[in-house]
Design a protein around this ligand. Sequence first.
Ligand code: ATP
Length: 348
Amino acid sequence: MSGPAVVECRRLRKGYDEVLAVDDVDLDVTHGELLALLGPSGCGKTTTLRLIAGFEHPDAGSITLDGRSVAGNGAFVSPEQRKVGVVFQEYALFPHLDVARNVGYGVRDRATREARVAEMLDLVGLAPMSERLPHELSGGQQQRVALARALAPSPSLVLLDEPFSDLDASMRGQVRDEVRQILREAHATAVVVTHDQEEALSIADRIAVMNDGRILQVDTPSELYANPADRFVATFVGDADLIRGEADDDVAVTAIGRLPLAAAVDGGPIEVVVRPEQVRLRLDGAGEGVVRDLVYFGHDQLVAVDLADGSRIRSRMGPGRAFEPGDRVSITVSGAALAFPSAQVRLT
Ligand code: ATP
């Protein structure tokens, strides 16, 4: 991480009745970065975002925005005073205002408003549609209006809460790329909340993985994928299977043979993380696995294989149909695998 922090959350806590929605969260977002807050439903992502925006008061901890204390330590700055732009899941555009008026809504300075709106509409590629009403736009276009509206007052920070989930799957990838491009061009600092690991991996400079109110790891997408901090991160970010084994220094002894480990693990029972792209299958009447099923994606397919010890492993392979359920296959794993001692395994 480099550059000054725009957001600094320290030991942030927020509970509702029985639920500790945000539990001791420390989070820094640096200038110009796009950080994804990734985790399963109910893990506290939206609550974290609402605390940063000022829609919620923390029970404990503090938040600093651009060096100014906005929550905690006796301070509380209202959302309007925080210089934070928010894009909600359903965009929340004003239905009776045209595109230009929606975008200009938060720009207080009348003298510069028109020019700023024109600049924002150019940025999001909607200048020709400035007089349309929201219902005359596609979902992706509405999304860009919402983003232009959030960026127009030049906020220190833009918060986006599941901004792509209302879009058709066919549009999502394209709109995601556009949003990333727009945020980059605007040199915006942004936090995107998502439960979709593919979305987080493809859009973010860094990802904060959250579960049960806690942040488990903050890292670049490639680091998270290559060096997950624990079993939860390993299986939540990217596809991975866990197979049982015994550690023998830097080798795991498993039902599919001896697998080299990326790092030595203390002896004893371990769980070995195997990514489907590491797994190769070969038709072999005496192999150690039996093909259970195949999931076809067009560009590739995932072949699930049952092992004798009851665990399952998947192989990602080309689209050609090489196997059938019931086929006996031998399995090889390329590269070194990660492992976690079984004693540390959290049953989720
Ligand atoms: P999702 O992806 O489903 O939106 P999330 O990760 O954003 O989930 P939050 O919305 O932050 O999770 O919720 C965290 C926990 O706090 C959940 O158990 C939720 O039920 C609870 N919660 C959130 N807001 C409230 C509230 N206003 N009153 C009571 N409980 C709440």
